[in-house]
Each structure stands twice: as structure tokens, then as C-alpha cells.
Ligand binder design. Structure first.
Ligand SMILES: O=C(CO)[C@@H](O)[C@H](O)[C@H](O)[C@H](O)COP(=O)(O)O
Ligand SMILES: [Zn+2]
Length: 196
């Protein structure tokens, strides 16, 4: 096995897909950033969820909102729903793993809040239930998906924003997702701080 050529292939493919994503996603990422700022300025909050690497992305996003990204500014209201092991294990144990995010959204979500729903396949049942719960609570959704968006693409509503990464490998989709998340954090800072 030639590891160097595998590594080279991974970097090259990731770079190609990121450039495709730039063409596809620049405008909707800018729209999503505007929506995040409108939500925060109206005293709303952002709830974020996903599984595995996407749980890490949800936490990465909430940390950059609550603390800071690159510019000095007050902390912003965001909660990763993948972090509270007591809540998650009790919901999964007493009800169903599919409800670990939706039950938290029904408790915490208010009209005008936003859900950042992250799934590379678009088919994770707990993320789909999270989208349904957000809609029930009068929240819009910013969906980060891949592979066409799967079942999530079918349940998004007008007012939601779908950021669907090109490519069919979970790893590359995640690599695009974290770039999109950093673009969102940067744009939120620029919009809030009036940076040209
Ligand atoms: O990070 C990775 C793979 O790169 C994995 O942990 C991956 O996130 C997990 O298999 C997730 O359960 C996949 O869920 P989803 O992206 O399809 O919603
Ligand atoms: Zn991963």
C-alpha cells in the first residue's frame, strides 16, 4: 500500500470538492450568516446537533459562538445538543436514541431560534427528528448535509437554508462542513462588528 499516494489523493480530492463547494455554497452560506445575526440580534439562540464527527462540529460551532472566533466580541447564544451526557443517556435509555436531540429542542427551543442540523448523509433519524421538533417549535433550520441531503432534504421547509456539500465520502463532506462553519463564524463577526 502506498500511503503517500493515498494521502495525496485525499488532499487533492478534498481541495477539488472544496472549490466546487465554493461555487455552490458561497451564496447560501452568506444567507445563513445573515439569518444567524438576525436571530441573535432578536435575542434568539442557535441550537446545534449531529452525530459522531458532526457532533464534534456542533460543539466546535457553539464554542466559537459562546466564546469567540477570531475577533473580540461578546459571547453569542449557542448550545450544542450533543454535549450533556446525563441528558442524552437518560433520553436514549428511557425513550429512544432517535429522540436525544428532539426532546432537548422541545424543552429549549423557542420561535425565532435557529437549529443548525448537521448530517453528512441527511438520514440520521435523531437529526431528522430534531428538524421536525424545530419546525414544531416555530424555528427555522440551517441544514449542513451531503450526498444530496437524503431524507432531510425532503422535510426542510420554506425559510430553512440547505447547505449540501458535493461529493459522496463522509470524510470529505465533513471537511467541507467545518469550512462552512468557519465561514459562518467569520461572517457573523463581520456583520456584528461592521467589518467591511
Ligand atoms: O466522523 C465520522 C466519519 O468521518 C463518523 O463519526 C460519523 O460522523 C458517524 O458515523 C455518524 O454517525 C454519521 O452520521 P451522519 O453524518 O450520516 O448523520
Ligand atoms: Zn470524521
Amino acid at each position: 500500500m502506498d500511503l503517500i499516494s493515498r494521502i495525496s489523493h485525499h488532499f487533492t480530492e478534498s481541495a477539488h470538492l472544496k472549490l466546487q463547494a465554493l461555487d455552490l455554497l458561497a451564496a447560501p452560506i452568506a444567507d445563513a450568516a445573515e439569518r444567524l445575526v438576525q436571530c441573535l440580534m432578536a435575542d434568539g439562540k442557535i441550537l446545534a446537533c449531529g452525530n459522531g464527527g458532526s457532533a464534534a462540529d456542533a460543539q466546535h460551532f457553539s464554542a466559537e459562538m459562546l466564546n469567540r472566533f477570531e475577533m473580540e466580541r461578546p459571547g453569542l447564544a449557542a448550545i450544542a445538543l450533543s454535549t450533556d451526557s446525563s441528558t442524552i443517556t437518560s433520553i436514549a435509555n428511557d425513550y429512544d436514541f432517535d429522540q436525544i436531540f428532539s426532546k432537548q429542542i422541545r424543552a429549549l427551543g423557542h420561535s425565532g431560534d435557529l437549529l443548525l442540523a448537521i448530517s453528512t448523509s441527511g438520514n440520521s433519524r435523531n437529526v431528522i427528528q430534531a428538524v421536525n421538533a424545530a419546525h414544531d417549535r416555530g424555528m427555522n433550520v440551517i441544514a449542513l448535509t451531503g450526498r444530496g441531503g437524503g431524507q432531510m432534504a425532503e422535510i426542510l421547509m420554506p425559510g430553512d437554508i440547505h447547505l449540501c456539500a458535493p461529493g459522496d465520502r463522509t470524510a470529505h463532506t465533513q471537511e467541507i462542513h467545518i469550512t462552512a462553519i468557519h465561514c459562518l463564524c467569520d461572517a457573523v463577526d463581520c456583520l456584528l462588528l461592521g467589518v467591511e
